[in-house]
Ligand binder design. Sequence first.
Ligand code: FES
Ligand code: FE2
Length: 442
Amino acid sequence: MVDIKALVDVENGTQSRRIFWERDIYELELERIFARCWLFLTHESQIPNYGDFFVTKMGEDEVVVIRQKDGSIGAFLNQCRHRGMKLCMAEAGNARAFSCAYHGWAYGVDGTLKSVPCEKESYGPDFDKAQWGLHPVAKVESYKGFIFGCMDAAAPSLVDYLGDAAWYMDIWAGVPGGIEFLGPPSRSIIRSNWKSPPENFIGDSYHVGWTHAGVLKAMTGEVMPQLAFASKDAGFQVTTRYGHGHGINWGPGPILMSPNCPDLFEWTERRGVEMEAIVGEKASKLYSRHWDGTLFPNCSYLIGTYVFKAWHPIGPDKVEIMTWAFAEKDMSDDLKHRIKVAAHRVFGPAGILESDDIDNFEYIALPNQGHVTRQGKMNLQMGMGREREEADYPGVIGDFLSEHGQRGLYRSWADCMSSANWAELEAKTASWKQDLLRKKKV
Ligand code: FES
Ligand SMILES: [Fe+2]
């Protein structure tokens, strides 16, 4: 039995290193996090037409996400119901049917079993194909074009799961014309635990001026001191009920895109003014700023850098990374192309900033093969006790230079891992905000 309280100490902001290495903890994560939470599947712009499909993962379960004839979206385990062969071998495409390479059972895009070779002769008249359709993902919903799936039918709706994070998402994803993902994702595999990347993207402003010092100097010509983010004017972090979080920096959003896309500064300033009528004055002021963010458990993005990522675990010590560049649909084809090149140049598999980060992620995981090392704790205490509510922004707010968002991610990890089902999880998190704000006074 895994003792969750011994692994993540929410009160004191520490975690055991064991959660980055041990197989029994990982197996419980697959059950209580990946088979329970809403997970990002793909964006609607990746499958615009009837029969378009995209293959991705929910934890270690591979799924095919397919645009249906009526425009809705279906998602199914990528596995033939006969003797379990992987069904679709492509990463994406368009199909009217999926036939299994082993014996030829064929399924429609709606997951129903359409044909079985030698059916009458071999199975007889009583074989009921309706019982042997593809296993559907229990819930599939879309928010502002972002498609999520959930394996647990008892989960709340996607919008309830996003909670306060939906208010923030409206600002960058609710633009006129919507968002478009630019081509297929790059796919790469690193030797890391799956939690390290989303933990970093949720708000690790601390590492930027240190880990990336060399690259940032080369890109901007200036040294950025770590202290630059300590100012009260630097921005803020936010955490939400189910562990989603953002770091929002008041600096200009497209700063990392400036060599290829200098016109983005003008675009974001102008669009920010237009967004006032859509999301209101206070929210619209965030539009042109630089954000990092993670939706618990495993998708992250950089607003201003036009990068969206999904982190898929492959065992406790490997992660498959999918990286998309995205743009606003209303942008010109020329600007979209330059965004795609620039986004992958910084955060693609060989991106100049990605490479710095992956070294960190890998060397957080690998030392844990040492038994004594693995008994140690990690420290996420920066900015503890400074949690607060702010009238202008939903969620619980913390300092920009802090580990506020990361503590939120591990709070949610502990909530999920210690709950047997959604009813328990919802009861446990019902007073999350008061609990978090109360804690700081103790
Ligand atoms: S395993 Fe798919 S048809 Fe036999
Ligand atoms: Fe980084």
